[in-house]
Design a binder for this molecule. Structure first.
Ligand SMILES: Cc1cc2nc3c(=O)[nH]c(=O)nc-3n(C[C@H](O)[C@H](O)[C@H](O)COP(=O)(O)OP(=O)(O)OC[C@H]3O[C@@H](n4cnc5c(N)ncnc54)[C@H](O)[C@@H]3O)c2cc1C
Length: 499
């Protein structure tokens, strides 16, 4: 897809301060340094990466944030932008078995990228009439073609993107994108079995949303996986921020970890960012932290805060990282153990309750990266969705763990509890305090309404000149690929601002 090139700034160098060194802040810093700005990146934690973090104990290594890596070329693009060969610093492998799905009724499906094979597998395992899966994936691809350039890699609020979209998209096509339908209604149109619908409804959770309320447009998400593949970086997911940190440093970005931005103000046309030890001044300020947290704690603006907290949060999660003795050949890198009633599960989440029968996700990177667990062992990252802000006391966390163990024991057919030798737990409140995510929401505001995309904070503030935004809580949304896109849209906006 051809990029719309940003205009080159006339006056350089200027200073930019970027707050937050998650994947978005790192990508943003690299891009701003390429524009010729002097960039300082402030990170409150002791390392960069934000949600892309890891935990190690007794020979086990866990990625304790994102686990599914799609659209890897967006990371490569940053190296290419800086004239470097990506594979020298960052390598990744494709996972031929994308995800192992386990149903309460005993059915099992392993998904793969080839549409014909996938269609056959769903027909055999779930009884889905042949051709349905292929048709759905073609629909997803069609949505990608119609919407990606405008809503993911572009900004629908800006005339150049709109003009290009209007030139390429027929009015009839617009009627097919499903703005006013729901993802569940779309999957009902394509699939006859509840199991196949559940499999593809699950894609709403890729941005923390509810398939029974999120717009049918979210049927675009499967194409990111089936069209472009599921990948795993060598060295694990943390290889993404680590390689980007190296690239940022080579571009001259000053990275200060353990440096929390405590207060921001604008004085005499310059942004001032206060930290415990130093105050930084700059012409450009980039917020690469949760935007609600920014307008609540760092740059308090009651009107903006009110507007942002009115929006429904995306889901948070409880994650149990377990070092497991023993090997489990029936599992893959990515595994889903579905609930028996998906609609009830999401109703509970909407009511701010933990579902009685939650869908359980198990990520085992040691299946592909052997050094991630000791010989004869596996590193399980076990996650269930939770309402954002859900209380994280010990009693509640233990009750959730028991539920998960019971379900896994029943569905896999053996007792896992006795095999756990390492445990590291993440709760919604832990996620909230570690990354500064408001209420521990994984993806900022949820996409549960047709208007969600339009309510997201744009990448440039209209109210405060020189203030820009990127990351999972602003346009175009959450997840690694969208964060990388937001950094590009933001730096394009900076280039226009300085031109
Ligand atoms: C458990 C989990 C599973 C996920 N699974 C996936 C997945 O499989 N695939 C996928 O693509 N996405 C997934 N995501 C979402 C993805 O991780 C995020 O969308 C993305 O990492 C957000 O990046 P970011 O840079 O916007 O924000 P963050 O990663 O949250 O980075 C923000 C940074 O700002 C720092 N910060 C906050 N306040 C301050 C301050 N005052 N001063 C200085 N620094 C500050 C934080 O410490 C943090 O480092 C998952 C997220 C979680 C938590």
């Amino acid at each position: 897809m051809a990029e719309i090139p940003p205009p080159l700034p006339k006056v350089v160098p200027k200073r930019a301060v970027v707050i937050g060194a998650g994947v978005a802040g790192l990508a943003a810093s690299i891009r701003l340094a390429r524009l010729g700005l002097q960039v300082t990146l402030l990170e409150k934690n002791s390392s960069t990466g934000g949600k892309l973090a890891e935990y190690q104990e007794k020979g086990y290594r866990f990625d304790i944030g994102p686990s599914l890596f799609t659209l890897p070329h967006l990371v490569d693009a940053l190296f290419e932008l800086c004239g470097e060969e990506p594979a020298r610093y960052f390598r990744y492998m494709e996972l031929p078995d994308m995800c192992h799905y386990f149903y309460p009724g005993g059915q099992r499906v392993v998904t793969c990228r080839d549409r014909g094979t996938l269609d056959e597998r769903l027909a055999q395992a779930l009884g889905e009439p042949p051709g349905r899966t292929k048709a759905f994936l073609s629909h997803s691809e069609m949505l990608w073609r119609l919407t990606a350039e405008l809503f993911i890699f572009g900004d629908f609020r800006r005339w150049p993107y709109l003009r290009r979209a209007m030139a390429q998209i027929a009015l009839a096509d617009l009627m097919r994108v499903g703005f006013f339908s729901t993802l569940d209604k779309v999957t009902r149109r394509f699939f006859t079995t509840q199991e196949a619908r559940q499999l593809f409804n699950r894609y709403a959770t890729y941005n923390g949303s509810d398939p029974y309320r999120a717009p049918g447009t979210l049927a675009v998400i499967p194409h990111a996986e089936y069209g472009f593949g599921a990948w795993l970086p060598e060295g694990g997911m943390v290889a993404i921020p680590r390689s980007l940190e190296g690239l940022a440093r080579r571009q001259g970005v000053r990275i200060l970890t353990g440096t929390e931005a405590r207060k921001v103000e604008k004085l005499n046309g310059l942004w001032r960012v206060e930290t415990a030890l130093e105050t930084f001044e700059s012409e450009i300020l980039v917020c690469a932290v949760d935007v609600t947290t920014f307008f609540t704690r760092i740059f308090p603006q009651p009107a903006w805060r009110r507007k942002l907290i009115r929006q429904e949060r995306s889901t948070s999660a409880f994650v149990f990282n377990w070092g497991i003795r023993g090997l489990h050949p029936q599992l893959g890198v990515h595994n889903i153990f579905f609930s028996s009633d998906y609609a009830t599960e999401f109703q509970s989440l909407q009511l701010q309750q933990m579902p009685e029968d939650p869908t359980v996700y198990v990520f085992i990177s040691s299946k592909a990266l052997r050094s991630d667990a000791p010989e004869g062992c596996e590193n399980w990252f076990v996650m269930v969705n939770a309402p954002a802000g859900f209380p994280s006391d010990v009693g509640k966390t233990e009750a959730i763990k028991e539920k998960i163990l019971k379900k896994l024991n029943r569905q896999i057919g053996f007792n896992i509890s006795g095999q756990i030798e390492v445990e590291y737990v993440l709760t919604p409140s832990f996620l909230g305090s570690r990354d500064g995510s408001y209420d521990g929401a994984l993806y900022g505001a949820a996409s549960n309404s047709p208007w969600s995309a339009f309510l997201r904070m744009p990448n440039q503030s209209r109210r405060f000149p020189g203030l820009f935004f990127c990351g999972g809580t602003v346009h175009p949304g959450g997840g690694i690929p969208l964060c990388l896109s937001s950094a590009k849209l933001m730096s394009d906006a900076v280039a226009r601002y300085l031109a």
